[in-house]
Design a protein. Sequence first.
Length: 397
Amino acid sequence: MIRRPPRSTLFPYTTLFRSRDVQSYLTTHQTNSTADLSHLWSSFEEMYNKRLWHQLTLALLDFVKHPSFSDGDGLIQLYQNFIADFETKINPLSLIEIIAYVVKQIADPNEAIDFLEKMKEKVKSSSDATVLCMILIGQLKLIQLKDVDGTKLVIEETEKLLEALDGITEVHGRFYELSSNYYRLIGKHAEYYRDALRFLGCLEVDKMNKEEQMERAFYLGLAALLGSGVYNFGELLAHSILDSLVGTEKQWLVDLLRVFNAGNIQAYEELRPLWTTQADLAANELSLRQKISLLCLMEMTFKRPANDRQLTFVEISNEARLPIEEVELLVMKALSLGLVQGSIDQVDQHVRMSWVQPRVLDKTQIAGMKKRLENWCKDIRSMELLMEKKACDDILT
């Protein structure tokens, strides 16, 4: 008696024991399809018979996106009856790109994950393809199964593989999309902000629709404000993703980000009626006030010439709108976080700053730096002329 393997709803055991009738499958679809699709099936047959695997792969990468596959299990049938016959001839990464569309038609996410695990074994010779398989598994765990712990394990394992890859590959953006969605779901704002920016750096924003751009921009803005340890807003403010919020009812978020970047306490208070309508921001008002106070101190330090970075407690109190007895605590907090370096004179009540943490600058900040450089050049020129005059006087005497 022959013992058969367990029957799978995805791969019936009959397909495991009988060779695929590729020609019959292709002929049937040529006959039963519309004129435009029939032409495509005919071209597939021609490339298959001529063993033009590269050209066939490129054609299939486009074909799996065809609207005719939006419903049903057409892609599963395409894989079982056609692609599986020559999958070893396909570039591993391209194969998994095709499989990414196939698994969308598998109703049971656990079955889809099992299928991807088998595919991962088939493409283990390619690091990129293996990573993409793991990313697809992570997406299924996160989105369909809501398995947060399982997703975390996938992200940690995938991140190790990514570190071994040279440069930025095609799969990096997919990984950062997965990891940022994971961090947003569990409420880790700083980690979400970091990986969401990395994700945006791996794709062209124009390829996202307007709604996706607005959603991504809004979540990024909130993460920048709420993220612990996030004091650099310049990179986000310089990104075109924020343009999607300009002119909408959520433009106040872009304005608020600019206010934080400039450390402008007055403008922060003026925008209060708008940002307090957002529940997460309203619930974290105390931490937001502390963050903008620290940014105010950083901006005060940045604006001062390198030879004049002595700030009095009164100046800091007026600019940050804090009671003078809280100024020392603010400076100590900034020093402990590594945002600035310097010393505090408690007796004379002033702070001597020697360094401020580098940040991505906006145009206004760059203009201010340009002006300071011009003044510095003038000082150097004046010193040069003074030295020339002094040298001449010494020679004459």
